[in-house]
Each structure stands twice: as structure tokens, then as C-alpha cells.
Design a protein around this ligand. Structure first.
Ligand SMILES: [Zn+2]
Length: 384
């Protein structure tokens, strides 16, 4: 039986990355690269994705010609706007206004609310086992279930849209099962595969999708968007735009969830502690991170990324006027710290963190890697 439609919010707050812009559109009667026989006015200003001119331009071109592919692969780093763009596409295809997407008709509203019967999000978070825990991969059963729903005509809209968020988490069986559907596309059905790492997807699946790459946004574009669309004060917008590393979704999430900035503050404080403290303290923290790596490796990579930013900031504080600093709210303390070390020592530490990251990705002994990193880290009283 058909499951109730999954909410776009199911994938780790993916809908919270729902910013970004777009516009124009067409009421597409059919998909699968067939010409549209009716002229429709597009309302590109209603698209929510911000930036991403290349991907949006490709879509606009397809829409204008009435030629929409049956499957797209949206590629880009986490929080860059893939889900936002996918939902924009879903709205364009199902909007009932004369200039879709209007953002206002019942169809657009239900898609935005995650309650449209013909728009489903398939993701790790929407797939739980008998113990209520999320599966580590998107299973073949979930894809078969989706295929069954896809075989039925649209329930309330014009097109069925299936958004597979985190497509790299498809099990091999699930990906092969999906492949059959991609090879024999049905009318009025479109698949949007979202991934931060397309190399983990089988080439056969990738080759059957039209690829849309979403690139990190410039700092200035994020800063402007945060102020104009989210009404954020200049000071906070400036900081978040830098911490976001091109991924607007992260910045918006940070405005909605104080814990993200709180975690950053705690991690920065911890970094200061381990620089100032003994090797015993450092190894204790290395053991703590190593234990965490088993359960939540992403959290450990977040810590290392923050360290990388901090050491790069030291370098910038030392050799420039600091315009490019990421952690602009602690510029004074960065300058004080930078005075303790030589440029060569800071560069060496940046290299050590990058090397540790790579080794952890290659599944080296993570405790050993982290301990070596602690040994490489200069102390507070390092001689310049
Ligand atoms: Zn609409």
C-alpha cells in the first residue's frame, strides 16, 4: 500500500535549507523530454533557491522549451540548496496558477508544507527499522515501494515528483532497482536525486540523470541574502556568511538553532584549552574524539574543520589586514595568538590538520592519527 507522503523535513532538517531563489516555469503536461504544446508564462522570481545561476539557467532553458528530463542529479555540498531547488522544481511542475510557481496556490502550499500527495522525499531519516532507528542506507524495499507509487497516476497534481535525498546512501541493490525505472521512465513522473558525493553512486545511475551542479555561494551573496530575506542584523550576517563556507543552508539553520553557534563556541574554547594545556590533557581529548569517531565521524570532521579555519585565520591575521578571516568575531584574540607563532609554524600546523583529515577519511587508526595531531600542535609558549 502507498505510504503517506514523506515530509520534506524528514531528511535531517533538509527543508530548513529551503532558501534560494529561482523563477519562471511552465505547466508541464508531460515530462520525459517531450515538447510542451501549450505556452506558459514562467514566474522565475518565485523560485526560492538563491544563486546557482548555472543550474537554474539549465532548468529555465528546459522549461522554456517544454523539455524536462525524467531524472536529475543535483550535486553539491551539504546545505548548499539541493533540497530547496528540488522543491522548487516540484512546485513548478505542479503549480495550478497561470505563471508557475506562484507559491500561493494549494498545490504550491502543500509542497512547501511537505504534505502534497504527489511529492515524496525518500531519505535515510524517512526510513526506520523495527526499533525506530534510521537505517544506514536507503533500502531496496523503500525503492520498490516508491516504484509502486510511481506506477500509479498522480493523485492530486500534474506530476509525481520523487526526491531521493542523500542518493549516495542507496544500497547497491536499491540503486540497481532504481536503474530499471530510470531506464524506462513513465510519463508524468520525475526523479530528483540529491547527493553530496556522486562518486558513491553507480555510474549507470549517474549516466541516466541530467546533472545539475550546485556550487558554494560567495560570502557576499550569503551575507546579502541573510539580511534581505531573513532580516538578520549586519553583524550576525557577516559572521554566519563566513562560517557557512558557501552553504547558505548552514547559516539559516544556525539562525534557527542556537546549538550550532553554541557548539562552535565550545569547540573554540576547547581548542584554546588544549593549546595551553599539557600533553596529558591533549591525549585525553584525542581519546575522546577517537571514541566519538566510531559513532559520529561527521562531528569529528566538524571539529577538525573548525581547527583548520582557526589556524588559517591565524595565518591571515599575521600576513594580511584580516579581511579574509572566517572567525571575525574573535579577530583580536586571533591576532594575539598569531603573534606567538612563526608563519612557517602555522603553515605546518595547517598541513598537519589537513593530513589528519585525509588519513581519517582513509580509515587509518583514528586514535593514532589524532594523537599525532596533538603532538604536532604548538603550545602557548612556542618560540617564534
Ligand atoms: Zn502555485
Amino acid at each position: 500500500m502507498q505510504n503517506p507522503p514523506q515530509s520534506p523535513f524528514d531528511k535531517g532538517g533538509a527543508r530548513s535549507n529551503y532558501y534560494e531563489t529561482i523563477s519562471n516555469s511552465v505547466a508541464l503536461s508531460f515530462l520525459s523530454v517531450k515538447p510542451c504544446l501549450t505556452l506558459t508564462c514562467y514566474n522565475m522570481s518565485m523560485w526560492r533557491v538563491i544563486g546557482q545561476k548555472r543550474a537554474v539557467g539549465l532548468l529555465e532553458h528546459s522549461l522554456a522549451k517544454g523539455q524536462v528530463a525524467h531524472a536529475y542529479l543535483l550535486v553539491g555540498p551539504p546545505h548548499v540548496g539541493k533540497m530547496t531547488l528540488a522543491l522548487d522544481i516540484a512546485e513548478v511542475l505542479n503549480c495550478t496558477a497561470s505563471a508557475p510557481p506562484c507559491g500561493d496556490c494549494p498545490s504550491c502550499q502543500r509542497i512547501a508544507a511537505g504534505s502534497h500527495a504527489d511529492v515524496q522525499v525518500i531519505a535515510l531519516g524517512s526510513n526506520v527499522n523495527g526499533e525506530g532507528k534510521a537505517h544506514a542506507e536507503i533500502s531496496i524495499d523503500r525503492i520498490r515501494e516508491m516504484q509502486h507509487v510511481a506506477s500509479l497516476p498522480p493523485f492530486e497534481g500534474k506530476s509525481k515528483v520523487f526526491i531521493i535525498a542523500g542518493a549516495e546512501y542507496l544500497s547497491l541493490e536499491a540503486a540497481n532497482c532504481l536503474l530499471k525505472t530510470l531506464e524506462e521512465p513513465a510519463a508524468k513522473v520525475i526523479f530528483l536525486l540529491l547527493t553530496a558525493n556522486e562518486r558513491l553512486l553507480p555510474g549507470t545511475v549517474v549516466s541516466r540523470c541530467q546533472r545539475l551542479e550546485l556550487a558554494p555561494l560567495p560570502v557576499a551573496e550569503i551575507e546579502t541574502a541573510l539580511q534581505e530575506r531573513w532580516g538578520m542584523p549586519l553583524e550576525k550576517a557577516r559572521l554566519l556568511a563566513r562560517l557557512a563556507h558557501g552553504c547558505l543552508g548552514w547559516a539559516v539553520s544556525a539562525t534557527l538553532d542556537d546549538r550550532l553557534l553554541q557548539a562552535r563556541t565550545e569547540r573554540l574554547a576547547k581548542l584554546g584549552e588544549i593549546i595551553d594545556d599539557s600533553y596529558e590533557t591533549r591525549f585525553g581529548y584525542a581519546a575522546q574524539l577517537a571514541a566519538q569517531f566510531g559513532d559520529n565521524r561527521e562531528a569529528v570532521f566538524e571539529v577538525l574543520d573548525l581547527w583548520l579555519d582557526w589556524w588559517r585565520d591565524l595565518l591571515l591575521a599575521k600576513i594580511s589586514n584580516g579581511d579574509m578571516i572566517t572567525n571575525i568575531d574573535i579577530t583580536d584574540s586571533l591576532k594575539e595568538r598569531a603573534a606567538l607563532y612563526s608563519v612557517a609554524r602555522i603553515r605546518s600546523m595547517i598541513g598537519s590538520i589537513q593530513s589528519a583529515r585525509e588519513q581519517l577519511k582513509l580509515n587509518a587508526n583514528h586514535r593514532l592519527v589524532l594523537e599525532v595531531l596533538m603532538l604536532d600542535m604548538p603550545g602557548q609558549k612556542e618560540v617564534k
